[in-house]
Design a protein around this ligand. Structure first.
Ligand code: FES
Length: 159
């Protein structure tokens, strides 16, 4: 879930670490946890505070899957498109999700409820095709089950 960016919060996170380059990743991770993503304006503040190039922070934020430069939804849906899942229908499953949510992988619904991402293998190939919502595995998912799965998350207040 995303929360409004507050410079006070950014300063608070920075103050909890020594002003050294090696804490860059930990700081970005804390900002991610706080705001639900790493806002670009935060990168500038961190860059100045630690004396790290903004391009280096940007690379970090794009390299690590746990970090995101864009606001993410309250619920994160990860669809596996690794070989086993692909063969067993991941593309059709993904199409059903795209139709239901009207977004492409990497995007977030306009109500901020769902973000869809694709991954290469979730290590559960026997359960293919696999879709993970907020860390919960949904196995052998059929396209016509997508709406019912989404519905269970629409009313949830947390996680
Ligand atoms: S290919 Fe999907 S879990 Fe391994």
């Amino acid at each position: 879930m995303t929360v409004p960016v507050s410079l006070k919060e950014v300063t608070r996170v920075l103050a909890s670490y020594p002003s050294e380059k090696r804490y860059s990743l930990a700081i970005l991770q804390d900002l991610q946890n706080k705001f639900g993503y790493v806002p670009r304006e935060c990168l500038e503040v961190v860059s100045k505070a630690l004396g790290v190039k903004i391009s280096a922070l940007y690379s970090m934020a794009t390299f690590y899957r746990a970090l995101s430069l864009k606001p993410r939804g309250k619920h994160i849906i990860r669809v596996c498109d690794g070989t086993a899942c692909h063969i067993r229908g991941a593309p059709v499953l993904l199409d059903a999700l795209k139709r239901a949510l009207k977004i492409e992988p990497g995007e977030t619904t306009s109500d901020g409820l769902f973000t869809v991402e694709t991954v290469n293998c979730l290590g559960a190939c026997a359960l293919a095709p696999v879709m993970v919502v907020d860390g919960k595995y949904h196995s052998k998912v059929k396209p016509d089950e997508v709406s019912a799965i989404l519905k269970t998350y629409k009313g949830k207040k947390h996680g």
